[in-house]
Design a protein around this ligand. Structure first.
Ligand SMILES: *[C@@H]1O[C@H](CO)[C@@H](O)[C@H](O)[C@H]1NC(C)=O
Ligand SMILES: *[C@@H]1O[C@H](CO)[C@@H](O)[C@H](O)[C@H]1NC(C)=O
Ligand SMILES: *[C@@H]1O[C@H](CO)[C@@H](O)[C@H](O)[C@H]1NC(C)=O
Length: 387
């Protein structure tokens, strides 16, 4: 090929790359639109399940989506026998596999509880960490368990008991997503954060530097008074969702169980990859009003997204907010996803670098007409208003 035509071919390639990229769309143009919505689970309608709750949503290293929920066998209570329900989507949420039950605790009086999913992109695995007997209801001690999938969520290893090395302190991961550090410090580390029992509450993180082979306790932000009965307005950090900011800081968005200081979210930062949570890095985010619930958080391309039922008193008004300032302020134009009863939510996005993946985030949440736990709904959000 002559130098001239080689150059022309190169220009053509460059043109194709540039024109198929929406890199010129700036975060300032974010204008989210609920693009698609599907109910993944409906409580009370299927065979052995009374209620579906605690939805989790994750991407996989192969670009699929996995949705998990607790399938509570006989009541809507946190306590009682359960399955973990799983559905997979290999087409970015357009269609979903039938439900498979990946863990069954039999008829255990307390049973299993979700849970955190953490994706290890370096080895291509999806890890699910959950608790057994967390409420100590006719059983003891509580245990932390782990299962792993290396085939995109199709099959799972038998449960491994992490309490053998971590100890049997009550630890309820998430509920939500753990993270793998993409930036230093501690690039590659798996970080899963959760909380303790109501008396021994607080945010605790477990860490793994060997792709989930071994885990150890990192940061703790303990409740006050610790290991003692709480009163209204005591400091009681509870269920939490960590995200990594683009400078390697971990920001953990936390349920403020006893409404200490505000009816809003606590956000606490770790600057050392999850080893410590200094009080200097703790804020009460008054912009994120909250009825005391597990919320969703996500960092995508430097923008922070947050979902919760945005109401001081009740679990209603599931709302998406976003921040262009690393969570120090939120854009005024929030998007209401569902006005009615809505509870826990979890968020993820795909990150292949493709135009398609650049445009969307995905939210899963508890949604109902009368009660927030009637259904689990999946939504695909177009970040640029369908543009
Ligand atoms: C997990 O290990 C701990 C500590 O050895 C033990 O006390 C607990 O019973 C185990 N849990 C399960 C579910 O096997
Ligand atoms: C819903 O959330 C928005 C955004 O936070 C807020 O302005 C509005 O007052 C909320 N509505 C209800 C009914 O809670
Ligand atoms: C957010 O954090 C990134 C990484 O440290 C930084 O480059 C950016 O300037 C920050 N943005 C704002 C608005 O503070």
């Amino acid at each position: 090929m002559a130098a001239g035509s080689r150059l022309a071919a190169l220009w053509l390639q460059l043109f194709v790359v540039v024109s198929s990229c929406v890199c010129n769309v700036s975060p300032l143009q974010i204008d989210p639109l609920v693009f698609e919505e599907q109910l993944l689970w409906v409580s009370g309608s299927q065979g052995q399940v009374n209620t579906y709750r605690i939805p989790l949503l994750t991407f996989t290293p192969k670009g699929s989506l996995l949705a998990f929920a607790e399938a509570r066998k006989s009541s809507s209570s946190d306590i009682g026998a359960k399955f973990f329900a799983l559905r997979r989507s290999t087409d970015k949420g357009a269609t979903w596999s039938p439900t498979t039950f990946i863990i069954d605790d039999g008829a255990a009086p307390d049973g299993i509880n979700l849970g955190s999913v953490v994706v290890d992109e370096e080895v291509g695995s999806v890890i699910l960490i959950y608790s057994v007997c967390f409420h100590l209801y006719h059983c003891s001690p509580a245990s932390i368990m782990m299962v792993e999938s290396r085939d995109d969520g199709l099959s799972w290893t038998p449960p491994r008991n992490l309490s053998v090395t971590l100890g049997v302190k009550n630890f309820a991961p998430g509920p939500g997503l753990g993270l793998q550090k993409r930036f230093n410090p501690a690039k590659g580390r798996l970080v899963v954060c959760g909380h303790g029992t109501l008396e021994g509450d607080g945010v605790f993180c477990i860490l793994s530097d060997d792709h989930g082979q071994t885990w150890y306790y990192g940061a703790a932000l303990k409740s006050i008074p610790y290991n003692q009965k709480k009163k209204a307005q005591d400091f009681n950090p509870d269920e939490c969702q960590p995200i990594e900011l683009t400078d390697g800081t971990i920001a953990i968005n936390v349920r403020n169980q006893n409404n200490y200081h505000c009816r809003c979210r606590i956000v606490v930062h770790s600057y050392d990859g999850g080893l410590t949570l200094p009080l200097e890095g703790l804020i009460f985010d008054e912009a994120l009003v909250d009825p005391v619930v597990a919320a969703g958080a996500l960092q995508k391309e430097g923008v922070i997204y947050f979902t919760n039922p945005s109401n001081e008193q009740k679990r209603v008004n599931l709302t998406l907010k976003w921040s262009l300032t690393n969570g120090t302020s939120w854009e005024n134009k929030a998007v209401q996803i569902w006005a009615g009863p809505s509870g826990y939510s979890s968020m993820t996005s795909l990150d292949s670098g493709s135009v398609e993946d650049h445009k969307y985030i995905f939210v899963i949440y508890e949604k109902g007409q009368k009660d927030y736990f009637e259904t689990v709904s999946f939504t695909k959000i177009h970040l640029y208003g369908g543009r």
